[in-house]
Design a protein around this ligand. Structure first.
Ligand code: ADP
Ligand code: MG
Ligand code: MG
Length: 518
């Protein structure tokens, strides 16, 4: 790219950038590193990952997504931590509790969610277009969630205990040096377990090799994601106040990232063999949506029972894509139950891209938050976000598609539209006289700094140019008026090769990384 968008006071302007080759000074000389030293570090890192559970299921082994202990391979990781400005790191951490509160407030405004997400649903012509299979699925998926949400509104269902385990993702824009939010995940925020391990791996390597590399292990900030998540489970369980009830992980039938999830249940069991009063066991169970459909019951008093066990907390690590739903009924009766949902349907919807775009409109944050400083902090990290109703922006995006990303209402990576495809999609939507633009949003494309790095995958070390996305985990728990927890809790750095639009650790373009404060 030779230019990027700058968004100032709602105005969009184009600015020249130095192009893709521009790099930030890396923490040490990647090109001049001694090859023997590199091989030694690679070997040690692979041993460390294997011994400490920095693992995923191996794609090439068929049963690796179903049977634990079969076909394990180290999770893809960066060999060394990435230099990241301390001021931006602090800024991202500070934003976390504000976003937690924002999600909670937005979740309580049922009309705002319904209006923003259901306005101008997709028209039939768009569904007929080539790329529409995806659109249609994505959109009927959002409609299905909205349907459940609307049923809850009609029932006047109240969630008194509300629990959020979010992850807000950011990129550092090279040109403006601004920390800009990519998205806020309110469902299935992944890697709280493995990200902590990568931090430990990097510290361990720097403890050994830091001196020769000129790197100080103390500059890698603590990563508390795993222990914080587990603490929220335990505290939520206490609030639910049924000693026989279990924490249920809702999972996909095949999950190669299962160890990240097992870390949570294992540490929960280890750290809280008994509850905080030392009286009762907290057990966890794992169920797919189909199993919940088949085995779940909703008792008259609202208790959700699955496989004979009452459920205190439902933790969704599935349910963010239509593929996870054999039918909507499981999600519906979970929502109707008194179990604590992480997330509830309202929290889930509050984390959609359409809501992100609505919240970025002038005056909207003010509807949900009172503190002016907090509002200013949030707004500072908003990139340009537009609805497809905005014809000036659509025109601009057709002229310069490389400056935009087009996003459907989907999660889990691999769904966005980039470059020439943006133009094509927009032109097609226009031709078809579309009214169905709520299915997408347009976002300013962010161009982060590109730097050289060592990426480890399948036991092989590659040197490549890469860029990073910082995710900050946030934990929120409240019971009625009592806020029990509202914290920033750990981070995930994902480093992806710069030639890939999306990245994605599971997809094979990104690796887990940690931060080296500079
Ligand atoms: P998902 O919910 O599928 O993860 P994201 O909004 O995070 O959707 O987009 C997926 C990926 O696409 C991000 O991890 C990032 O690599 C890239 N991406 C998303 N938005 C932008 C943007 N505005 N500028 C540059 N890259 C982006
Ligand atoms: Mg997401
Ligand atoms: Mg994402």
């Amino acid at each position: 790219p030779c230019s990027s968008l700058a968004v100032k006071r709602g105005e969009v302007e184009e600015v020249e950038t130095q192009g893709e080759g521009s790099t930030r000074k890396p923490v040490f000389n990647y090109h001049g590193i001694d090859q023997d030293l590199l091989q030694e570090m690679v070997y040690d890192a692979l041993v460390w990952s294997s011994l400490h559970g920095l693992l995923v299921g191996d794609k090439s082994v068929q049963r690796s997504g179903k049977v634990p202990g079969v076909g394990l391979v180290h999770a893809p990781f960066a060999l060394l931590p990435l230099s990241f400005p301390e001021s931006n790191w602090r800024q991202a951490c500070e934003l976390s509790p504000i976003f937690n509160e924002l999600v909670d407030r937005v979740s309580l405004d049922g009309n705002f969610l319904q209006e923003s997400l259901s306005r101008k649903r997709v028209c039939p012509q768009i569904l007929a277009a080539d790329f529409s299979n995806r659109t249609k699925k994505a959109d009927s998926f959002t409609s299905g969630l909205l349907e459940i949400h609307s049923k809850m509104l009609k029932m006047n269902k109240k969630e008194e205990i509300r629990m959020g385990l979010h992850r807000s993702d950011y990129m550092l824009d090279e040109q403006t040096k601004l920390l800009l939010q990519i998205e806020l995940n309110t469902i299935s925020s992944s890697f709280p377990g493995l990200s902590c391990l990568v931090t430990e791996l990097h510290r361990s390597l720097l403890n050994q090799y830091g001196e020769v590399l000129g790197l100080d292990p103390r500059k890698i900030p603590d990563n508390s994601a795993l222990s914080h998540f587990v603490e929220v489970f335990a505290k939520a369980w206490i609030e639910y106040n049924n000693p026989r009830a279990a924490v249920m992980f809702v999972v996909q039938a095949e999950e190669r990232n299962m160890y990240d999830q097992h870390w949570l249940s294992a540490v929960l069991k280890e750290r809280y063999p008994f509850d905080l009063y030392n009286t009762h066991n907290i057990t966890t169970i794992r169920k797919t949506m189909a199993e919940i459909d088949a085995e779940g019951e909703l008792l008259a008093d609202g208790t959700l029972v699955v496989g004979g066990k009452p459920i205190a907390v439902i933790y969704f690590r599935a349910g963010y894509t239509p593929n996870d739903y054999p039918s909507e009924s499981a999600r519906l009766f979970m929502e109707q139950s008194s179990a604590i949902k992480c997330p509830s349907i309202s929290y889930h919807l509050a984390g959609t891209k359409k809501i992100q775009q609505e919240l970025a409109k002038p005056g909207v944050l003010e509807r949900f938050l009172d503190n002016k400083e907090d509002i200013a902090k949030l707004r500072k990290c908003f990139a340009g976000l537009w609805s497809l109703d905005d014809s000036d922006i659509v025109k601009k995006a057709i002229e310069k598609p490389e400056l935009f990303v087009m996003k459907p209402q989907r999660e889990g990576g691999g769904n966005n539209i980039y470059g020439e495809d943006v133009r094509e999609a927009l032109v097609r939507l226009q031709k078809e006289g579309t009214d169905g633009t709520a299915a997408y949003i347009l976002m300013q494309r962010i161009f982060p700094t590109v730097f050289p790095t060592f990426l480890m995958r399948d036991g092989i070390c590659h040197k490549d140019f890469a860029m990073s996305e910082l995710g900050i985990y946030g934990a929120y728990l409240r019971n009625k008026d009592k806020v029990i927890m509202n914290d920033q809790c750990g981070y995930l750095l994902r480093t992806k090769i710069s030639s890939s639009d999306e990245g994605g650790v599971a997809a094979g373009f990104a690796v887990l990384d940690s931060i080296y404060l500079s």
